[in-house]
Write a protein that binds this ligand. Structure first.
Ligand SMILES: [Zn+2]
Length: 166
């Protein structure tokens, strides 16, 4: 493992095992540090690994090079509910092919450039840029609804409104 690169990459729960540098891109092979996971259905902790599938996700560029992360998508077996459960990594949204920080970055670029410009700069297809934009917009919308639900709950029932942080 490479502690310096792991530090530099700054993503929780993973470590850099190796990297390959190409002319226009860098790819990092990552290892997930956790041995097991809690089953999302029954909260039972399991280390029974069922299968590993390699995935590649795009991350923020480094020194003008595109960055790709090679990761294992791990599936565990939960004996309690007798189900296969897939591990979720906290820096990638469910079934996305990009890190959250990359998607946030693309989203904010669309405020300054048009979709075609972002597509050309990032070497992404126009549909991919639109997909990222819609994903983040929906996510923000959901967060906004959650927050206003909380707000109205506190407005009704909260005794000390100052405790609520935005
Ligand atoms: Zn379970």
């Amino acid at each position: 493992m490479n502690p310096r690169l792991t530090n530099l990459l700054n993503l929780p729960g993973v470590a850099v095992e190796s990297y390959e540098s190409f002319q226009d891109s860098v790819s990092f092979q990552l290892k997930v540090l956790a041995k097991g996971m809690c089953c999302p259905h029954c909260r039972n902790y399991t280390e029974e690994l069922h299968q590993i599938r390699p995935i590649v996700v795009r991350d923020l560029p480094v020194s003008g090079k595109e960055v790709y992360l090679k990761l294992p998508r791990r599936q565990f077996y939960c004996r309690v509910c007798q189900r296969y459960v897939t591990e979720r990594l906290q820096f990638i949204d469910w079934r996305r092919k990009y890190t959250q920080r990359y998607e946030e970055n693309i989203y904010s670029q669309i405020n300054h450039f048009n979709i075609d410009q972002v597509s050309q700069q990032q070497h992404l297809r126009v549909e991919q840029v639109k997909n990222i934009f819609n994903h983040i917009r929906q996510k923000r919308h959901k967060q906004h609804i959650e927050l206003s639900k909380k707000r109205s709950y506190y407005d009704k029932f909260g005794k000390n409104k100052k405790k609520l942080s935005p």
